[in-house]
Design a protein around this ligand. Sequence first.
Ligand SMILES: Cc1cc2nc3c(=O)[nH]c(=O)nc-3n(C[C@H](O)[C@H](O)[C@H](O)COP(=O)(O)OP(=O)(O)OC[C@H]3O[C@@H](n4cnc5c(N)ncnc54)[C@H](O)[C@@H]3O)c2cc1C
Length: 429
Amino acid sequence: MRDLVARLRQALGDDAVSTDPRVRRTASTDWASMSPVLAAKLPAGLADAVAFPADPAGLARTVALAHAAGVPVTPRGKGTGNYGQAIPLRDGLVVDLTRSRRVVDVGAGWITAEAGTPFVTLEAAARRTGQELAMFPSTVGSTLGGFLAGGAGGTGSIENGWLWSGFVTGLDVVPCTGAEELVHLAGADTAPLLHAYGTTGVIASATVRLRPRRDWTALFASFPAEADAVAAGLALMSLDPAPRLVSVDEPGIVAALPVDPAIPRDRCSLRAIVDTGVLAAARQVVRAAGGRVEEVRAGGPALLTSLSFNHATHRVQKVRPGLAHLQVGGPALVERAAEVRALLPGALVHLDGLGGPDGPGFVGLLLTRYTTEQALYEAMDALRGLGVHVSDPHTWELAEPLDDVRRAAARFDPAGLLNPGKLPAAVPA
Ligand SMILES: Cc1cc2nc3c(=O)[nH]c(=O)nc-3n(C[C@H](O)[C@H](O)[C@H](O)COP(=O)(O)OP(=O)(O)OC[C@H]3O[C@@H](n4cnc5c(N)ncnc54)[C@H](O)[C@@H]3O)c2cc1C
C-alpha cells in the first residue's frame, strides 16, 4: 500500500492522496445507518488511502496503479448512498470523484459531465440552455456518477421512469484491467454499469438526457383520507405534461415534515411539482377528489424535492427513531392498502409518483417498527404475498438478476478489485 500511495502522489500530486485517519474514516461511511440492519453491521471496512483524481485521465491513472498493486478500488461520489454501497468492505483505495466535476458540453437534449459533478451544477448548466435534467435524486448535492452507479430515480421520474430506462445515453468508463484507458459505451451497452455500485467499471463521465425547460410551480394540497390523495395523485400524473414530482404523506409522516402552513398537520398531504400551463386542471383534480388546494408556491419545487423519496425516511427517523424502512411499489401497494396496513399495524407510508411501461403509479417507503432482522424479512415476504413489489434496502449486495453485470465485471474487472463484496457470486443452477 505504501508503494501505491507514493506512486499515486507522484501521478496526482500530494494533495490528491490522503492517508489521514479522519479522511479515511469519512471515505469509509455512507448513509447505511438509515437501516438498523446495516447500522449494526457497517462500516465493515476502512480505506487504507483515499485518492482524489481531478479529471478522467487522473482517474484512469489511479485505477491502473491500484490494479498493478492488486489493491481493491471503491469509487465514491458524495457518499449519500444508503445501502453501504460506497463502503470499502475489503479496505484498499477509495477513489473520491468529487474533484472531477466539469460540465463538458451541453447540446439539444443532452448534457455530458464528469462523474463528480453535483446535480445542482448539472441542472443549472441545463437551464442556461433552456433545458432541464430529465431526472435527479432528492439528494441534489450528490454526484452524477454516484447516482448512476448507486441510485434509481427521483424528481422527473414520472415522465422518465427509473434511471436505467433511457436516461443515460453514453458513458466513459475506466476499466480495472491494467490498461490505462477510457472505454466509451453507448445506449444499451451502458446498462451493466447502471446501479451496479461501481463493480463493473468506474464511470469517468456520462451523457444524460435533458428535456425542454418548463415553468414549474409547487402545488400543496391536503385531503381528509389517504385514498383520496392517492386518487388525486394518479389523476395528476395523467395530466399532459405530467408533474415533475408527486408525493403523498399520511398525517403520521406529515408530523415529521417541516412546519409549513401549506402542509396541515391533521390531514394527508399531497405535494406536486406541476407545469403552470396545467395548474387550473390540477386544481380541479384536487377538488374533484375531495381535497383542498392549500397553496401554489412558485419558489416551492426545491422544497418539494427535499421532502421526497428517502428524505421522508430520514425526517421520520429523526423524530421517531426505531423505525425501519421498506422500499415498496406496484399497483397492489395502493390497491390493497387496507391489507398492507393490516399486515403492519402502525406502519407509516410515504408515496412518490413513478412512470413506467404500464403508465404512472406510486413507489413508496413503508416505515415500520424495527424489532429483529428476521421479522423485517418476514414482513417483506408477506408484502410480496400481497403482490407488493419490495426491494430490500437492508443489504449491501446487488440484487438479482445480475447476469449482465457479472459478464461486464468479468470484462472490466477480471481480478475482482472493484468495490469487492457487493457483487454476489452466481449460485450454480
Ligand atoms: C436522505 C436520502 C435521500 C435519497 N434520495 C434519493 C432519491 O431521490 N433517488 C435516488 O435514486 N437515491 C436517493 N438516495 C440515495 C443516494 O443519495 C443517491 O442515489 C445519490 O445520487 C448517490 O450519489 P452519491 O454521489 O452520494 O454516490 P455514493 O453514495 O458516493 O456512491 C453510490 C454508489 O456508486 C458508486 N460510485 C460512486 N461514484 C462512482 C463512479 N464514478 N463510477 C462507478 N461507481 C461509482 C459507489 O461505489 C457506490 O456503490 C437518497 C439517500 C438519502 C440518504
